[in-house]
Design a protein around this ligand. Structure first.
Ligand code: GLU
Length: 619
């Protein structure tokens, strides 16, 4: 142990190896609280931490602290992940919570295996295939705010069942114990930061249209002010109920009946102009809901084993296929503009195949194995012109097991992309070497906007991840009981059979490119993990233009122009943020050390910590 402390703490060499030299003597600047009141109450948060004994990273300091406390009390990474996720349901209620779903990826140190839980929301049994079409016009409803803010968009939540399944299989805590710190946080409150306020303001009009949502999130008719304490005692009670009675209290009993009633008859504010259409979810759907234990996706990249989430998420197949496409190109030997060109082109090709082949495997035949095969990746890779961006959208390939000559790249139809830009990711690791990479969501920031009255949580709008217009050829067409295709990409990377990296991000379909870009930044482009997370992002999802953060355009726009990439600034009509993603990641250091890395500035900056912290020391 002494050796470890010596090697990690005293050595400027070790710290400089992680991009922290110079700063090694002085810890990074803590993120500045937004008001005097905030300063009095909020804990200092650091985006990067080095230490040992375990690590947690998330977007939120209260959630990260709760996860670290669980580890300090002897809990394992699974216990910490569930406790952290429950806390995010309190402090990030617009991104995650028991009204939503997600994907839990776990490296089990004892079994030397990566295992996953698919906790995706499902469509109700009575969901019609034309649910998103307005019968009055025959055309789709407007996506935002009408379709999003409706009972039609609400899927059967998977998050409570995910927590329960993870704890029962691999945890040491009961659900009640894992939820207790988050219940206390909901009861006593957290300090509102600028991100929470601006997310509330972005949703003010539609939140005001739903009585219990306005009551909870717009007290006195306004978004809570930065620096004030936000309490949610109703959510505290719901967590306590779930803790005491277990899953039957959510998927059955009075709460299930209330969820059905809320979806079928959304509690609209009298006189509101929003239609807030009724949905189809029933207590029978809730009673039937099951999470699915799935084998992870796996590809070999640069001597590493990269594990991800299999369909119903497209995360694992798309990140994995893109890595296979990049393998023959050897990014680490390419110049920065060349490597970025390769990254953008590989991503477009993988997205073409995602669109053509990936959906819920219980309903459509997904060629997961072929999408992830080396041969298919190589065939797709040879379509990349090293000097010129292909005309987008590119055509999907044929993952049929017969690979040889390059497939043709021709123009196909560009599909609209309406996935939300919210969601949240967390990572947790413990001293036994277990690792969790967990992404959870309620889809759009604020989900459906519909709060279950008296229960303190928002219902998801995950079903809008289905394609809006039904087509038999579309793997992501609406079907009753089906899981909409996700982009969530919780990832764990092993090196020589041992955990090396864990990462993930929110951001709708940009999740895939953010994970891919962060991975290649770290593995091929000579960046440390904090640098890889902080680097400006661009996202090519098989569309004519590349969406890019303004700093990316400033840094690389000119260098990428000769290749024919058109970069347009990121940001959408629904939110005030122009950021792509919000990564939480960790890296295993030699000798049992951990480097935890959250965002330095995106989403107001994240929070990383370790159990026995060596750097920064004043925690
Ligand atoms: N609903 C999206 C998905 O499952 C995630 C939304 C988000 O990141 O905001 O892929």
């Amino acid at each position: 142990m002494k050796k470890l402390i010596a090697s990690l703490s005293a050595s400027a060499l070790v710290l400089s190896g992680f991009g922290l030299s110079g700063a090694a003597a002085s810890p990074p600047k803590p993120l500045v609280p937004e008001s005097a009141h905030d300063a009095a109450q909020a804990r200092t948060k650091y985006p990067t931490a080095i230490g040992y004994g375990g690590a947690v990273a998330s977007v939120d300091p209260d959630a990260t602290k709760i996860g670290l406390d669980v580890l300090r009390r002897g809990g394992n990474a699974v216990d910490a992940a569930v406790a952290t996720a429950a806390a995010l349901g309190v402090t990030e209620p617009y991104s995650a919570g028991i009204g939503g779903g997600g994907y839990f990826v776990f490296y089990n140190a004892k079994q030397h295996k990566v295992l996953t839980i698919d906790g995706r929301e499902t469509a109700p049994a009575a969901m019609p295939t034309n649910a998103f079409i307005d019968p009055a016009t025959g055309a789709p409803y407007r996506f935002f705010p009408e379709l999003v803010t409706s009972g039609v968009s609400v899927g059967i939540p998977g998050t409570p069942a995910t927590w329960d399944r993870a704890l029962r299989q691999w945890g040491t805590l009961s659900l009640g114990k894992a939820l207790k710190p988050a219940a206390d946080l909901a009861q006593h409150g957290f300090v509102v930061d600028a991100t929470f306020r601006s997310q509330t303001l972005d949703n003010k009009a539609r939140f005001a249209a739903i009585v219990p949502t306005a009551k909870l999130f717009l007290p006195g008719g306004d978004a809570p002010q930065v620096g004030t304490v936000f309490k949610n005692p109703e959510l505290a009670d719901t967590y306590r109920l779930l803790g005491a009675k277990g899953l039957p209290a959510f998927y059955g009993g009075p709460l299930a009946s209330e969820i059905e009633a809320t979806v079928k008859n959304p509690p609209k504010t009298p006189g509101t102009a929003l239609p807030v259409m009724p949905g189809h979810l029933t207590t029978a759907d809730l009673a039937k809901y099951k999470v699915i234990d799935r084998a992870p996706t796996k590809v070999r990249y640069d001597g590493l084993d990269v594990y991800g989430m299999a369909p119903s998420s497209s995360g694992g197949t798309t990140v994995g296929e893109a890595l296979n496409i990049l393998t023959p190109l050897q990014l680490s030997k390419q110049s920065t503009p060349q490597a970025l060109h390769s990254y953008l082109e590989a991503s477009a090709l993988a997205f073409a195949d995602r669109g053509a082949y990936v959906g819920d495997p219980a309903y459509v035949d997904v060629p997961t194995k072929e999408l992830l095969s080396r041969g298919f990746g190589a065939e797709r890779s040879c379509l990349i012109d090293p000097a010129k961006a292909a005309v987008k959208p590119v055509k999907p390939g044929v993952p049929d097991g017969q690979y040889g000559a390059c497939g043709a790249t021709t123009v196909t139809n560009e599909r609209p992309d309406t996935e939300g830009l919210s969601t949240t990711h967390l990572v947790a690791a413990d001293k036994w070497g277990n690792v969790v990479s967990y992404t959870l969501t309620i889809e759009q920031t604020g989900g459906s906007g519909i709060t279950v009255p008296g229960r303190g949580f928002l219902l998801n709008n995950e079903l809008t991840d289905f394609s809006t217009v039904y087509s038999d050829a579309d793997p992501n067409r609406i079907q009753p009981g089906k899981r909409p295709r996700s982009s969530m990409s919780p990832t764990i990377v092993l090196r020589d059979g041992k955990p090396f990296l864990a990462l993930g991000s929110p951001g709708g379909s940009t999740i895939i490119t953010t994970v891919l870009q962060t991975l290649t930044n770290r593995v091929d482009r000579g960046m440390t993990l904090p640098e890889a997370v902080a680097a400006p992002r661009a996202s090519q999802r098989n569309t004519a233009n590349v969406t890019a953060e303004p700093p990316f355009i400033e840094a690389y726009g000119a260098a990428l122009k000769p290749y024919g990439h058109t970069l347009v600034p990121s940001g959408d009509a629904f939110t005030s943020a122009a950021e792509i993603g919000a990564v939480a990641a960790l890296e295993f250091l030699p000798n049992g050390g951990f480097l935890a890395a959250a965002e330095p500035t995106r989403r107001g900056g994240g929070s990383a910590g370790t159990v026995h912290q060596l750097w920064p020391t004043n925690r």
